[in-house]
Design a binder for this molecule. Structure first.
Ligand SMILES: [Zn+2]
Length: 360
């Protein structure tokens, strides 16, 4: 029995190596997976899961956590009573650890094949032909963004999640080459409620069920952008910086509320960068922002303050390590690539006009 389990474990490791080789070296096969296999698989997941108003992925995580906890307690119980169980206690603990490791490999293989393989794609900016040699002029960029926000602000309307889902789905149909139709509840409220927000997570994608979730308290002014970002993950954009770029490219072609949301989210990143370089000049520029939007930004900063806690810091570090393991050398800082990418995209648009957003 133990021998059989060991052989099965070795087979799984070999399969994992094969899958990793597939994504790393088999160019033609990888292209087929991106353009045909993944869209087909994700279409089925959207067809099944997007009709359900709550997150099945969150339920799966809760169940998985419970199973692990019960399994650990059952495995540790004999160790606590070592005088009675003797060597048997360590055998049972060893079996538990083996089952966890073996299941972990199975989950990782499924993760890669069902979505994670997208981490091995080239950055989307490169696919679009953005000129990476162009350096951002932060002062000009912040001035332009503020001017844009001031123009759009009177037309901004606060949308609820259903309305944002509805407009986002139309946006993906109209402005991208998305190969599958999302249905109804494209992005759902997280079952973990405000704990998600307190962990510093605005939204997250579940690679096992292909569902996107958002936090309970995300400020409405940036919600259209956050939801567009999570839908980008569903569409097969894995890198965080790329999901931001795709969300930006789509929102800026949409209605005033979505354009406003994209500009507000981008302003957060550009402000931070420009403040590091020249905080006095940044403050002068920022004073030109209208009062209503400034109040909305205050709400966003208060929202960010919710995640100033040790648990959130630890979670952020873990996510940074995870991203670095997934071909993203910059880790969590890759979100900020949106500053240079959006600048380059706008320069390109000035030259050749607004293009259809390529996801594949
Ligand atoms: Zn993301």
């Amino acid at each position: 029995m133990a021998k059989l389990a060991l052989i099965r474990g070795l087979w799984k490791i070999m399969l994992l190596v094969l899958v990793l080789c597939f994504f790393n070296y088999w160019g033609a096969g990888f292209h087929w997976w991106i353009t045909i296999a993944y869209p087909f698989f994700q279409s089925i997941r959207c067809w099944v899961f997007d009709f359900i108003p709550f997150s099945l992925g969150d339920l799966f995580y809760i169940l998985l956590g419970l199973v692990l906890l019960v399994g650990l307690l059952v495995a540790l119980y004999p160790v606590a009573l070592i005088h009675r169980y003797k060597q048997k206690a360590f055998v049972r603990l060893g079996v538990f650890m083996f089952v966890v490791a073996s299941s972990g490999i199975s989950f990782y293989i499924y993760f890669l094949l069902s979505w994670g393989g997208h981490y091995y794609r080239e950055p989307i900016g490169k696919t679009w032909g953005l000129d990476t040699s162009l350096k951002v002029n932060l002062a000009v960029f912040e001035r332009d963004i503020i001017a844009q926000i001031n123009t759009l602000q009177p037309f901004y309307r606060s949308y609820g999640i259903d309305r944002i889902n509805e407009v986002s789905l139309k946006n993906y149909e109209a402005f991208t080459d998305c190969k599958f139709n999302f249905k109804g509840h494209a992005i759902k409220s997280s079952l973990f409620g405000s704990y998600v927000d307190k962990m510093g997570i605005e939204g997250y994608f579940n690679p096992f069920t292909g569902e996107g979730q958002i936090g309970k308290l995300v400020p409405t002014s940036i919600l259209p952008f956050v939801i567009s970002h999570e839908i980008a993950h569903k569409a097969g954009i894995a890198r965080e910086g790329d999901a931001n770029l795709v969300a930006y490219a789509i929102c800026t072609q949409s209605d005033s509320t979505f354009r406003y949301s994209a500009a507000m989210d981008l302003l957060l990143y550009v402000r931070r960068r420009f403040s590091w370089v020249d905080s006095t000049a940044e403050s002068k520029l920022f004073a030109q922002l209208n009062t209503y939007s400034r109040r909305q930004l205050d709400t966003i900063y208060k929202y960010f303050d919710l995640s100033k806690n040790a648990a959130s810091d630890a979670g952020r570090e873990m996510y940074d390590d995870y991203l670095k393991l997934q071909q993203q050398k910059e880790g969590i800082r890759s979100y900020g690539n949106i500053v240079a990418d959006a600048w380059r995209l706008e320069l390109r648009r000035k030259k050749i006009g607004v293009e259809r957003v390529k996801l594949f």
